[in-house]
Design a protein around this ligand. Structure first.
Ligand code: ADP
Length: 190
């Protein structure tokens, strides 16, 4: 079973490359940002709780995210595999993911980091803002805050996977097809 963590800053192309992986390997997409936006749209309690964090570009508290992901895994144990996109975003979440995978007889195959410089990320997010309708894409301060949160709270997650030797890094600048080719080379070796 393939269980992939696709990692990288906002605007790195995780969503796009997740779609490619899903097409090729039939994996179930667990994108925590998308799940939260769905809750927001439906006005659920979880959505109400997450809203202020998301709109400011801050992280939703770990226990909320972890509970949501665990529910999603449990409901989909018949999946061919999972692709985690936007999760884990803290070392605490990474540790919790390992525990919940193990509890369900599963294991993470590896994490793949898409590396993209901040200038390019900002350009992409501003382009996306025109169509995404996302509050957190709209202004410079929020975008800068997300990049800061990423550097401070999320990047250490890469160290976690390096330590357990489940880490690969790919240059996320280039054509979508070329980047997917590089991702797929890593995945084929799992
Ligand atoms: P992006 O990668 O473009 O920042 P996402 O759609 O992955 O966007 O996430 C949007 C927002 O949802 C985040 O800024 C954060 O508030 C919340 N969020 C998503 N995933 C997590 C997570 N794993 N932990 C905490 N907050 C999260």
């Amino acid at each position: 079973m393939l269980n992939i963590v696709l990692f990288g800053p906002p605007g790195a192309g995780k969503g796009t490359q997740s779609e490619n992986l899903i097409k090729k390997y039939g994996l179930l997409h667990i994108a925590t940002g998308d799940l939260f936006r769905k809750h927001l749209g439906e006005g659920t309690e979880l959505g109400k709780l997450a809203k202020s964090y998301m709109n400011a570009g801050n992280l939703v508290p770990d226990e909320v995210v972890i509970g949501m992901v665990e529910d999603k895994i449990k409901l989909n144990l018949d999946a061919k595999g999972f692709i985690f996109d936007g999760f884990p975003r803290t070392v605490n979440q990474a540790e919790a993911l390992d525990v919940m995978m193990k509890k369900n007889g599963l294991i993470i195959s590896g994490m793949i980091e898409l590396e993209v410089p901040n200038d390019e990320l900002k350009k992409r997010i501003k382009e996306r803002a025109k169509v995404s309708g996302r509050v957190d894409d709209q202004d410079e301060d929020k975008i800068n805050n997300r990049l800061k949160v990423y550097a401070e709270e999320t990047l250490p997650v890469a160290g976690y996977y390096k330590q357990i030797e489940k880490y690969a890094k790919i240059n996320g600048v280039g054509s979508i097809n070329d980047i997917f080719g590089q991702i797929d080379t890593v995945v084929k070796a799992y």
